[in-house]
Design a protein around this ligand. Structure first.
Ligand code: FEO
Ligand code: CA
Ligand code: CA
Length: 637
């Protein structure tokens, strides 16, 4: 969701740094985009600027077998010729026969929502068990309060429904007559909500900062919520990523002072309107000040065991997790790339102590508990790291992470990972969203969605956000995708080379750095890349969560969309446009590559006139759609 960051600014406003701005303004006006040169290193690192324009590249890109489609502002899914779509699941669809079909008028109750597909689907994975059967796990990031509870969140049942709209939806599906179809009452169907029992594992488990009145062990929490992107492991588990967990906490004592840690994580005395604290003391920080320390983690779920307790993995740090891109390094260690989606926050990497062993359940259950967390530092144009970067270890006792610096233990380094990142001088980024690793080459990409505060305000910890390195634009409206190649073709190596794969922009409106890189044209332009996901063949799919006004700075860009990129040539083609006011987020494929599942989140948000997917005057509902090629071929090929 694009403007969650604004809520944090309301609880803890930050001042503009206007002097700094003027400096940057002068520098930018002196040099236009492609001539920026050494001052910002932009030219040197925008590999994309050297890519051929779309028309030329067409013949070159052998991996994309469809034509770029025009933008759209229609209230439907638009695809290239020869492709079709259908709905797999929508908010409120019952997963169990004891549930009830979605009620357009009441929009459900707490009880019906607990048995139904949640709201605002985001990251997802299909775990296939045969050619025609599989299990979906889908994040339900949050609820559209105005849609799910149009008269307000005023009762205990409104809150129960809201909590049940969050979490994860797990359901089996079968391929029937060419269509993947949800199986009501299948034995692995399951809802995990903001009230489901969780186990807290890893180095921070049992720490005093995780203990509450209800759990004196600091190892058993309730619920997962605001799960944004996802990940999956080669041992068959699903990773849900807790992002804007802070917006659910409030204080009944207006004078309560949560201190610097809460400020850095945006946990304030006001929530974002969910009202959970009024009916559940867990969310009242004046009564349960440690409860927010129990959220903001990667959660591992075994979808094949419907009785399993999801495990929060503290070793991967606590921040606003976007997704968890897991790769096995060449020597067998597990590497997980992790973005912290907030203006000026950091990009992280985790490396396991032990190696992945196929089929060894006991070994593999420890891989996300025992390991090292790192944070990224990107080189500036004029220092020894120019075009390079390094991963800095976040280990207690190293790199200044001492008791004197405010960290009593490794548990505290992990619980307050953001503050540890600041201590070691990590690079403040333009909102790291999804990371995607190329399955056909040792390289990874991160979508930096936008950052209106770049070179205007510091991050929540007071770290400066200069125009530099992979964040080359002040007040960045459009976003970019940074790419890095680990040293020695080893994801576990501690250094990397980087460049910018694309700078999004609007070449129809701007001629300066805001026009974007050369692989962005008036025909394929977009803003705010967010979900980025590789398919097996190595096509990079780019999903947007941006400004859908199609006006002014965003004129001609239409609704949020999904594009496909060829990593080798840099060519980008628009493949899909979503309905009104939606964001496109989350993707997974059937193993044969013939069906692509895509998340359509919050159509019709902010009272925009969407009736997706039901049409007529129906209530807009977040949905997972299935895309197929009419000739039965591979999607995108
Ligand atoms: Fe939930 Fe950063 O998007
Ligand atoms: Ca986003
Ligand atoms: Ca996102």
């Amino acid at each position: 969701m694009s403007d969650f960051n604004d809520f944090d600014d309301q609880n803890y406003p930050r001042e503009d740094k206007s002097q700094f701005n003027e400096l940057i303004d002068r520098a930018i006006s002196r040099r236009g985009f492609l001539g920026l040169g050494a001052a910002f290193g932009v030219t040197a690192f925008v590999a994309a600027s050297g890519f051929p324009q779309t028309a030329q590249a067409k013949a070159m890109s052998k991996m994309m077998g469809f034509d770029n489609i025009p933008m759209s502002t229609s209230d439907t899914i638009t695809l290239p010729e020869g492709y079709s779509w259908n709905v797999l699941a929508s908010w409120g669809d019952p997963l169990f026969s004891k549930g009830v079909p979605f009620d357009q008028k009441t929009r459900g109750t707490g009880a019906s929502q607990e048995l139904a597909f949640g709201d605002n689907n985001d990251g997802m994975s299909l775990f296939q068990t045969s050619e025609t059967h599989g299990v979906f796990v889908v994040n339900n990031e949050y609820v559209n309060r105005d849609i799910i509870s149009p008269t307000g969140i005023n009762t205990a049942d409104d809150v129960r429904k809201g909590k049940a709209g969050h979490g994860l939806s797990v359901f089996e599906a079968k391929l029937i007559d060419g269509k993947w179809t949800l199986q009501v009452d299948a034995k692995l169907n399951r809802r995990i909500t903001a009230d489901s029992p969780m186990e807290i594992t890893g180095p921070a488990a049992g720490n005093d900062l995780l203990k509450t009145a209800a759990d004196e062990t600091g190892t058993q929490s309730l619920g997962t919520w605001n799960n944004c992107g996802n990940g999956r492991t080669p041992w068959g588990t699903y990773l849900a990523c807790e992002e804007n967990f802070n917006g659910y906490f409030a204080s009944t004592d207006e004078a309560f002072d949560g201190g610097d840690h809460k400020k850095r994580y945006g946990v304030g005395n006001k929530d974002w309107g969910y009202n959970w604290f009024k009916y559940d003391e867990r969310f009242d920080i004046s009564k349960n000040p440690n409860e927010p320390n129990r959220a903001g983690y990667i959660v591992e779920l075994d979808p094949m065991d419907p009785t399993s307790t999801p495990k929060k993995r503290t070793a991967l740090g606590r921040f606003k997790h976007e997704n968890a891109e897991l790769v096995i390094a060449k020597d067998g260690h597990v590497v997980v790339y992790l973005g912290d989606d907030e203006r000026g926050e950091f990009l992280y990497r985790y490396v396991s102590n032990d190696k992945y062993v196929e089929g060894d359940k006991v070994n593999n259950d420890k891989l996300l508990n025992e390991g090292t967390l790192y944070v990224a530092k990107f080189g500036e144009a004029d220092d020894k790291l120019a075009g390079k970067g390094e991963w800095i270890e976040l280990t207690h006792g190293k790199n200044g992470l001492t008791k004197e610096a405010g960290f009593a233990s490794q548990a505290e380094v992990l619980i307050f990972a953001r503050m540890a990142g600041s201590v070691v001088g990590a690079t403040t980024m333009d909102r790291p969203e999804w990371v995607a690793a190329n399955p056909t080459k040792v390289e990874a990409y991160c979508a930096l969605t936008n950052n209106k505060n770049r070179a205007i305000k510091p991050n929540a910890g007071g770290d400066e956000t200069p125009v530099a390195g992979p964040n080359p634009r002040k007040g960045n409206l459009y976003g970019q995708i940074v790419r890095w190649t680990p040293a020695d073709e080893d994801h576990a190596a501690d250094t990397f080379d980087w460049d910018l794969f694309v700078l999004a922009g609007n070449p129809a409106v701007h001629q300066d750095i805001r026009k974007g890189s050369a692989n962005v044209t008036p025909d394929n332009m977009f803003n705010s890349p967010d979900g980025i996901i590789f398919d097996k063949a190595g096509r990079l799919w780019i999903q947007t969560d941006g400004n859908y006004s199609s006006k002014e700075n965003f004129a001609g860009q239409g609704n949020n969309q999904m594009l496909c990129a060829d990593p080798a040539t840099g060519e980008i083609r628009r493949f899909m446009v979503g309905p009104i006011a939606c964001e496109v987020t989350g993707a997974t494929w059937s193993e044969d590559g013939k069906t692509m599942f895509v998340g359509i989140q919050h159509p019709g948000e902010k009272a925009k006139p969407s009736h997706f997917p039901g049409g007529g005057d129906s209530v807009p509902r977040s949905s997972v759609i299935a895309i197929t090629k009419d000739d039965g071929g591979l999607i995108g090929a």
